[in-house]
Design a protein around this ligand. Structure first.
Ligand SMILES: *Cc1c(COP(=O)(O)O)cnc(C)c1O
Length: 402
């Protein structure tokens, strides 16, 4: 039986869970980059989070405080362990969880707090670390939007007990799909190793499709084509012709079959190359980000709050507009790449929020941000001309939200 993405046939799951040389080299490169902690590669970022939660011993009866402004692939793993996600609201100008909100949501059942560095803007990890330490609760950093960003000189991903990263298409660097965990204590690392060893590698078919898609992506995806390619890609995913970032079962609250998979060697090889080149990637994002920070206030836009001592390579530059739907609808015709993270507290819009324990009104700032925020690209395919076009589009089509 083939599920809708055409992978995960039991007979096609490779049974070896020995880390191959590509995986070992990738994990070592990540450890060397961070200078501390043990790294573990997975098929996707969400699986890294799932393995962290399992390794922390989180399960039925436990609670995990997470931001109410995230993608549904974050509460998913919490629920798959049997624990309950509890949603904390965000700071309106930094898009991370508010420490006082986190403190308010803690109960005797709370086992972990998840801080997300949304858009690459550092979350309040220092304050929340104190809250977690006082109560003996684990701190997990969601670094899916940052790789190499710093707060007070310290790398994001090194503030908590564990961090997880994504290298899906739209993340700081891409291996098509992919994820990493970085853990900072020995006992946790030992358990992670065991969790990872339980994760079979993806099927040869899945790895092959991913390889083809990586090539195609490199060939055709530019800011001016991204909307069309994304539409085509979603359609092909529905038809089972390509591997989407998520299959249908991952939008549900039951642990999908064949969820916890290890990395394909290809992901590890590409990932290692990307880590070796990360400084150029970061420099590019800082350069484009500086232009947005410099130009957008001239058209009356508020820009995100950032502390002077934070080095912030922004993944997608968030901007609050009064006419988000119009901006998203008109951008493709102007050849401008405008994104929408997050469309609702638990992105995407189709998510059944109540099933994931989110009630309307739980996080008003997150709901407001979801209505107002569009995001602008900073990746290496963005040319100077793209930046000028994007800024011109914003001046002509968008209106600041106030
Ligand atoms: C993309 C993303 C994830 C999940 O990463 P995958 O590799 O797609 O599983 C988790 N958290 C945030 C904030 C993300 O943007």
């Amino acid at each position: 039986m083939v599920d809708q993405i055409g992978i995960a046939l039991p007979e096609m799951l490779r049974t070896t869970t020995e880390a191959g040389p590509a995986q070992v080299a990738y994990e070592q490169a990540v450890e060397a980059f961070f200078g501390s902690g043990r790294a573990f590669a997975f098929w996707k970022g969400r699986i890294a989070l799932y393995a962290i939660l399992k390794s922390l011993g989180i399960g039925p009866g436990d609670e995990v405080v997470i931001p109410g402004y995230t993608c549904v692939m974050v509460p998913g793993p919490v629920i798959y362990t049997g624990a309950r996600p509890v949603y904390a609201d965000i700071e309106p100008d930094g898009y991370g969880v508010r420490p006082d909100e986190v403190a308010r949501k803690i109960t005797p059942r709370t086992r972990a707090i998840l801080v997300q560095h949304t858009y690459g803007l550092p979350g309040a990890v220092k304050e929340i670390r104190q809250i977690a330490d006082q109560r003996g609760i684990a701190l997990i950093e969601d670094c899916c939007h940052t790789f190499g960003g710093r707060l007070d000189g310290q790398l994001l991903g090194t503030f908590g007990n564990a961090a997880f990263f994504s290298s899906q298409w739209n993340k700081p660097f891409s291996t098509g799909l992919g994820g990493l965990a970085l853990v900072h204590d020995q006992e946790l690392a030992r358990r992670m190793k065991a969790e990872q060893a339980r994760c079979p590698a993806p099927s040869h078919k899945a790895a092959f499709l991913l390889a083809v898609q990586l090539r195609l992506h490199q060939a055709v995806v530019y800011p001016s084509t991204s909307a069309a390619v994304t539409r085509l890609f979603r359609w092909m995913t529905k038809k089972g012709l390509v591997i989407g970032s998520s299959n249908q079962s991952e939008f549900g609250v039951l642990l999908p079959r064949y969820y916890a998979l290890g990395p394909a060697p290809l992901q590890c090889r590409v990932g290692r190359r990307q880590v070796a080149r990360i400084q150029a990637n970061i420099a590019n994002r800082l350069r484009i980000t500086a232009q947005y920070f410099g130009e957008l206030p001239k058209f009356g836009y508020a820009v995100p709050k950032r502390s002077a001592d934070a080095e912030v390579p922004i993944l997608r530059f968030p901007l609050r507009v009064a006419n988000k739907d119009e901006a998203l609808a008109r951008a493709p015709r102007y050849g401008v790449e405008i994104g929408s993270w997050f469309e609702c507290p638990l992105h995407p819009a189709e998510t059944n929020h109540a099933a994931f324990g989110y009630q309307d009104g739980d996080c008003p700032e997150a709901e407001k941000a979801a209505r107002e925020v569009i995001n602008l690209p900073t990746h290496q395919r963005v040319s100077e001309r793209d930046v000028r076009r994007t800024l011109a589009f914003i001046r002509v089509v968008c209106r600041p939200a106030h």
